[in-house]
Design a protein around this ligand. Structure first.
Ligand code: CP3
Length: 352
């Protein structure tokens, strides 16, 4: 609607921030850096504000989301904020009975198995998530020239939680549906893609200036299965964000054999996990930027070991159209924030 598209005027320097320039493949004054899961469990100030507040309740509280999202920006001076939420939040918002259990992760009360189960999940409209619009607007005001990255879970990764009913290593029930019940699979993937697309558009209309699509578990798929059964749905989500003109980051774990397809799905930036050397990833993504990819455990190594590896990654990234520095997956909960502060300082002062 008209009202949704009203965005208070962006900070004059936002468009030329290092992150957005790198995402578009333009020259940058320094390599931009942010960290997946930078807002959250490794920060004492996060643990303090989350005390006694359930995860999903925190996600629906615009004041808390704003505070938690800003914490790593204040502490590290990273080049972007990532919206604090979870990939299952939009499902909760449309009424799927699910919870995030401490130490377990998302748990779905009635796993999806049939066409009727899929049909029972409503499509998402902006009216389902007023607290997201409010949190994004408040954040964009506070962040000024620092971009806010909105995000959504990709259809395959979200489907895994809906079909398995909770976290899974093998994604066996999910893949069994994909292989054995193609009509249910197609309906489910369309449903989730529609929800993810609408959810990203809500965040962008409220002022997010880039988005990341998390297909964390796509590495469980062969390239053929990914291309035929997953990629068209992810492509639809990425296209919905592209329509609104923001850069799209597309990330998965264990995706060394999927990188060209994840690029082709409609990414401006391809996120690379740490198992693939960045130099090997760059030629696979075509005329696109890359994001990554320091092993998150290197933050536990002596500082000089960590920074030597980070320097090699920045050098490898120079061959790409653009490079956004990140870890190869999320910040590990026991990470020492001071070590991430040193890493940030190292990356931002590394000569281009
Ligand atoms: O871990 C924390 O920072 C505490 C808050 C929390 C999040 N998710 C934040 C989050 C909690 C308790 C969850 C539950 C959850 N959701 C888990 C278990 C986490 C755990 O370690 O106990 C998992 C695996 C999920 C599902 C999920 N959420 C996936 C697969 C992803 C994609 C990113 C990834 O790690 O692969 C998310 C996104 C997510 N969860 C974000 C945050 C702040 C956003 C992305 C980011 O900050 O980089």
């Amino acid at each position: 609607t008209c009202e949704d598209s009203v965005v208070s005027s962006p900070h004059p320097d936002l468009h030329d921030s290092a992150l957005l320039r790198a995402a578009r493949g333009e020259a940058v004054p320094h390599t931009p850096v942010w960290y997946m899961r930078q807002a959250g469990r490794s920060l004492p100030e996060y643990l303090r504000v989350r005390e006694g507040v359930a995860m999903l309740d925190a996600c629906m509280d615009p004041g808390l989301v704003t505070e938690i999202t800003l914490q790593p920006v204040r502490r590290y001076g990273v080049d972007a904020a990532i919206f604090f939420s979870d990939i299952v939040l939009p499902l909760k918002a449309v009424g799927v009975d699910l919870d995030i259990k401490p130490g377990v992760g998302p748990v779905v009360a009635q796993p999806v198995r049939t066409l009727e189960d899929v049909a029972a999940i409503p499509d998402l409209e902006a009216g389902h998530v007023p607290y997201i619009t409010e949190a994004v607007r408040s954040l964009v005001g506070e962040l000024g020239a620092t971009p806010l990255i909105g995000f959504a879970g990709a259809p395959f990764t979200v489907a895994s939680y809906l079909v398995e009913g909770g976290p899974s290593k093998e994604h066996a029930k999910t893949k069994a549906m994909m292989f054995g019940a193609p009509d249910v699979w197609d309906a489910l993937m369309r449903k989730i893609a529609g929800i993810a697309a609408a959810y990203l558009q809500v965040q962008v209309r409220a002022g997010a200036s880039a988005v990341q699509l998390f297909d964390s578990w796509a590495g469980a798929l062969t390239p053929d299965d990914y291309r035929d059964q997953v990629m068209p749905h992810s492509a639809r989500v990425l296209a919905a964000a592209g329509e609104l003109g923001v850069p799209r980051i597309h990330f998965g774990v264990g995706t060394s054999n999927l990188l060209p397809l994840m690029a082709e799905a409609g990414a401006d930036v391809v996120g690379v996990d740490w198992r693939t050397p960045l130099a090997a990833a760059v030629p696979q993504v075509g005329e696109r930027s890359v994001q990554g990819n320091l092993d998150p455990t290197l933050v536990f190594a002596p500082t000089e070991v960590m920074t030597r590896r980070a320097g090699a990654i920045i050098e490898a990234g120079k061959a790409a159209r653009g490079h956004i520095f990140n870890l190869g997956h999320g910040v590990i909960p026991s990470t020492d924030p001071d070590q991430l502060a040193r890493l940030t300082e190292f990356v931002q002062s590394y000569p281009r």
